[in-house]
Design a protein around this ligand. Structure first.
Ligand SMILES: Nc1ncnc2c1ncn2[C@@H]1O[C@H](COP(=O)(O)OP(=O)(O)O)[C@@H](O)[C@H]1O
Ligand SMILES: [Mg+2]
Length: 283
């Protein structure tokens, strides 16, 4: 059996450097570290992305933009030359291909590069991969080693424990540990049922995901459905207000505001401003 305790100093070489892996959205300036500058004062320094080697949970109700954000992150990284493993659990790989191609165009990315740098495992069409975590992890291990990926996205982790919610924690924990072992920066997309309190991260997959991962990003959408909403948000009746918020991250400091974002006609995420400022503005 391996060593089960360590001197704190033994861990020094293994401690990851804190820096950001950019998503290409304003989310990148919403994680930061606090550093002492030359005159001894503490200052916020944006990380420039989600924390390196973190495993983040991206959660929200259906249609809140989780896949759009996950795909944009994949395209942005692939375009920068990093290799991304994308496990698609809901949307068949052929649809993912079209979505990634469209996003590449919208983001002015080099699609030939994006095509080369994204490795896809299609669990949507393969029951064994979906139902048997070991089989999926073996396939992932092979892909990560063979193609030397540094980022892994699972869209969605919830799809791996459909009909077996009692297994949720165990399954999420296994994939979390797996990504740590293989030194991947990870994104787990998780679905929140619309009946669950849509604003809280706890609502996602029971309590499974949020407690295990390093941090959670919550997407939400609100239908402007009353006179009260119209007055408060200054938006027309029947329109949709989309929000994004970092609901905690154990690895680094982060912005805690709720931000308003849009999904553009080309299917990309554009984060606009904090909700509190957005509301104040006459539009
Ligand atoms: N390619 C696209 N072009 C325009 N809008 C899109 C595109 N893809 C997604 N959207 C919009 O984003 C919404 C959220 O999509 P998606 O990210 O798939 O949601 P989910 O949170 O369920 O993964 C869709 O309902 C649609 O309005
Ligand atoms: Mg989705």
């Amino acid at each position: 059996m391996g060593k089960r305790y360590f001197e704190l100093s033994d861990l020094k070489t293994e401690a990851p450097d804190l820096f950001g892996i950019p998503t290409g959205t304003k989310l990148d300036s919403m994680f930061f570290k606090i550093e002492k500058d030359s005159d001894g004062r503490y200052a916020k320094k944006p990380l420039g992305g989600i924390p390196h080697l973190s495993v983040m949970n991206l959660t929200g109700v259906p249609d809140s933009g989780k896949s759009v954000l996950a795909e944009q992150f994949a395209v942005h990284q692939a375009d920068k030359g990093y290799k991304v493993l994308f496990i698609t659990v809901e949307s068949p790989a052929s649809f993912l291909y079209s979505a990634l191609k469209q996003k590449s165009e919208a983001l002015n990315a080099d699609f030939s590069k994006v095509e080369r740098n994204i490795v896809v495992i299609d669990a949507s069409q393969d029951e064994e991969l979906r139902e048997n975590p070991k089989a999926l992890m073996d396939t992932m291990a092979y892909a990560i080693k063979e193609r030397k990926t540094s980022i892994t996205i699972i869209d969605s982790i919830t799809g791996l424990y459909e009909h077996k919610e009692v297994m949720a924690r165990q399954i999420v924990r296994q994939f979390f540990n797996f990504l740590k072992k293989f030194r991947q920066t990870g994104l787990f997309v998780s679905q929140k049922r619309s009946t669950q309190a849509s604003e809280s991260a706890e609502a996602a997959g029971g309590l499974a995901v949020a407690h295990i991962v390093d941090g959670t990003i919550v997407l939400d959408k609100k239908l402007i459905e009353s006179k009260w909403d119209v007055n408060l948000y200054n938006l027309p009746l029947g329109s949709v207000l989309r929000t994004i918020r970092i609901d905690g991250c154990r690895l680094t400091a982060h912005d805690s505001d709720t931000w308003v974002f849009e999904i553009t006609e080309l299917g990309t995420i554009k984060i606009i401003s904090p909700l509190k400022e957005y509301i104040g503005k006459g539009r």
